[in-house]
Design a protein around this ligand. Structure first.
Ligand code: PEP
Length: 257
């Protein structure tokens, strides 16, 4: 029996400005509280654009809302002449707990290599942020290499020179399932999640492997979340499109096994 607290994480991508973010977080908190959501039993996290973080922080801390938050990316550098970049120190100063690293959109649209992902993971850990490390294969990878090879290789690369009792989250997001409406099956997600946990065990030992949440992401909706959550190695979900629809996201967060 796992003691890992499920994590339901909404990646807003480049959606909702800072005013919209306040309205959304307020309504989400009310809706979940009205439904008597057990916030300790299933953790909720949102990942707004950088420009919303200050507003979200202010609202969550003023109203003591049980909603966690983080950023969608972080610089590999601490400070200096890196125009347009945001450092882990800045995110920490805004009370971010998490940061998404290596999302497939960053890997493909912004040419982030495994090495870049690794330097960002190291930067996040250095600044006390929990990296949500995204890995996943394309449809072509799946055909050529089978289901686990690419995600496992990406995880190994992301964790190069990471040691000790680190607090991390891993998100398995098959590229073919992201935004496509074609989610993996729970069995497919479990198969890769189990392999990712084996990899965590090899690299970081039993304790970290048992404590680390492995999420599934890719076309998660209220109608399919329960199937994923029944799998022993899937500890939650990273949700894109459906995290922007208040009722959908609230239903996902309140999944029933
Ligand atoms: C994502 O981009 O992390 C994601 C899982 O998107 P979607 O839920 O829209 O497939």
């Amino acid at each position: 029996v796992t003691t890992r607290t499920p994590l339901l994480a909404g990646n807003w991508k480049m959606n909702l400005d800072h005013l919209q973010s306040i309205a959304f977080v307020q309504k989400l908190a009310w809706s979940l509280k009205d439904a008597n959501h057990d916030f300790d039993g299933a953790e909720v996290a949102i990942f707004p654009p950088f420009t919303d973080l200050r507003s979200v922080q202010t609202l969550i801390s003023a109203d003591k809302l049980p909603i966690h938050f983080g950023a969608q990316d972080v610089s590999a550098h601490d400070s200096g002449a890196y125009t347009g970049e945001i450092s882990g120190a800045f995110l920490k100063a805004l009370d971010c707990q998490y940061v998404i690293i290596g999302h497939s959109e960053r890997r493909t649209l912004h040419n982030e290599t495994d090495e870049v992902v690794n330097t960002k993971v190291l930067a996040a850990l250095k600044h006390g942020l929990v990296p949500v490390i995204c890995v996943g294969e394309t449809a072509e990878d799946l055909e050529k290499h089978g289901p686990s090879a690419v995600p496992v290789a990406q995880l190994k690369a992301a964790l190069a020179s990471v040691t000790g009792a680190v607090d991390i989250v891993v998100a398995y997001e098959p590229v073919w399932a992201i935004g496509s409406g074609q989610a993996a099956t729970p069995e497919q997600a479990e198969q890769v999640a189990a392999q990712l946990r084996v990899t965590l065990r090899e690299l970081l030992g039993d304790e970290v492997a048992e404590a680390t949440r492995v999420l599934y992401g890719g076309s998660v909706k209220s109608g399919n979340i329960a199937g994923f959550m029944r799998e022993p190695n899937v500890d939650g979900a990273l949700i894109g499109g459906a995290s922007l629809d208040l009722n959908e996201f609230a239903s996902i967060v309140r999944f029933q096994k």
